[in-house]
Design a protein. Structure first.
Length: 385
């Protein structure tokens, strides 16, 4: 594995801890006297800041370089987690998690996928899959360790230890990252292809939306489909496992069959899984649909950045992907809202059907138009697809 890819994997392993906030949110908000709704609200702020930070990192990377950006992210993350652990006022959570950790995670993620985009085109999918899989692995690891640690030492000590761990990982990633400034090798400041980026935006938003909705309403959806508590827990675990495996496998596979074909398969799996979640209540079908939804979401998360790099080149990628990634931000904010409305109205199945048609069809159309344009970097596997 190339050193920049290792740096990206380490950086995203640290950055993904943002998605472990829910493990301590209830205890933390209660301890500082914040209302129960503050936990999800802090996370929503962090996601918005994450998206803005990733967009800003794309513009800063050619000037500052990956090493300095990751070093700055290390300081922000350590300060944010440490401040949240030590604070006695709700503002410590809003500022430490919502602002500082959100900004650190977004900047680190932007640098990490940009480092993967530098890989040779025949290995770019594999590199991107490894980097984005590390982001998904962080919360999984926290989920395994957190329950015992929280009961043993409390949330403040856990956040303090996490501040050291995340700051240390990002500092290590900074040392592994190249110190060069990309614009010295080749300028990446020319105009970006608006039509291509618009199509990639629609593809990302539409392809990720079903997975984001299911993640947002996994537990009530599993219950609505007739699963008992044990099976519902298995469904949520399969959803997360599918997300991780989809990221790892799809990138590698796309290096062999081409990005367009791999994306088409991912969208097809998303359609089939949405149908499975809205169809008969046979447990095997429901569990398979949860798994397929995770696989499709993970695949889209890995394939869109690789496809973006194929279309614009590694040097323009940081700026281009910052814009494309706003699609995930928009879908990520809309999905929990749609899931909440559906859950409150008892209409999970119709919502899934609407999302399957309303998001996946435009995503498939965008992919078809991208395939027809034929503009990719030379040497992309599968005939430039």
């Amino acid at each position: 594995m190339e050193r920049p890819v290792v740096s990206g994997v380490v950086a995203n392993l640290a950055a993904g801890t943002l998605f472990g906030w829910s493990l301590v949110a209830e205890q933390a908000t209660a301890d500082v006297g914040a209302p129960g709704s503050a936990g999800p609200a802090v996370f929503a702020v962090a996601i918005a800041v994450f998206t803005v930070a990733l967009l800003a990192a794309g513009r800063a990377l050619p000037v500052v370089g990956p090493r300095r950006l990751l070093g700055g992210a290390a300081g922000l993350a350590a300060a944010g987690l440490g401040g949240a652990a030590a604070g006695e006022h709700p503002a410590a959570l809003w500022g430490g998690i919502g602002l500082l950790l959100g900004a650190a995670s977004g900047a680190a993620y932007g640098v990490a996928v940009s480092l993967a985009a530098r890989s040779p085109v025949h290995a770019r999918g594999t590199a991107t899959g490894l980097v984005v899989a590390a982001y998904a692995a962080g919360p999984v690891l926290l989920g395994l360790a957190a329950p015992a640690a929280l009961s043993a030492v409390g949330w403040r000590t856990c956040l303090g230890a996490l501040a050291l761990a995340v700051g240390g990982l990002l500092a290590a990633a900074a040392l592994l990252a190249p110190a060069d400034r990309p614009e010295r090798r080749q300028a990446g400041g020319g105009p970006l292809p608006r039509r291509t980026l618009s199509l990639l935006w629609v593809l990302f938003a539409g392809g990720a939306a079903p997975g984001l909705v299911v993640f947002a309403m996994a537990a009530p959806l599993a219950a609505d489909r007739g699963l008992g508590p044990g099976a519902a827990g298995a469904a949520v675990s399969l959803l997360a496992a599918g997300n991780l495996v989809g990221r790892l496998a799809s990138g590698w596979w796309s290096d062999r069959i081409g990005r367009t074909k791999a994306l088409a398969v991912a969208l097809g799996v998303a359609v089939g899984s949405a149908g499975g979640l809205g169809g008969p209540t046979a447990p095997w079908l429901v569990l398979g649909a949860f798994t397929g939804t995770g696989l499709a979401y993970g695949a889209i998360s890995a394939l869109v950045p690789a496809a973006t790099a194929d279309r614009v080149g590694a040097h323009a990628f940081p700026r281009a992907y910052g814009r494309v990634f706003t699609a995930w931000g928009c879908a990520g904010l809309a999905a929990p809202l749609a899931g909440g409305i559906a859950t409150g109205a008892g209409a999970q199945r119709p919502v899934l059907a609407v999302i399957a048609v309303g998001s996946l069809v435009p995503a498939a159309a965008a992919l078809w138009l991208l395939a027809g344009s034929g503009r990719t970097s030379p040497g992309v596997p599968g005939g430039g697809s």
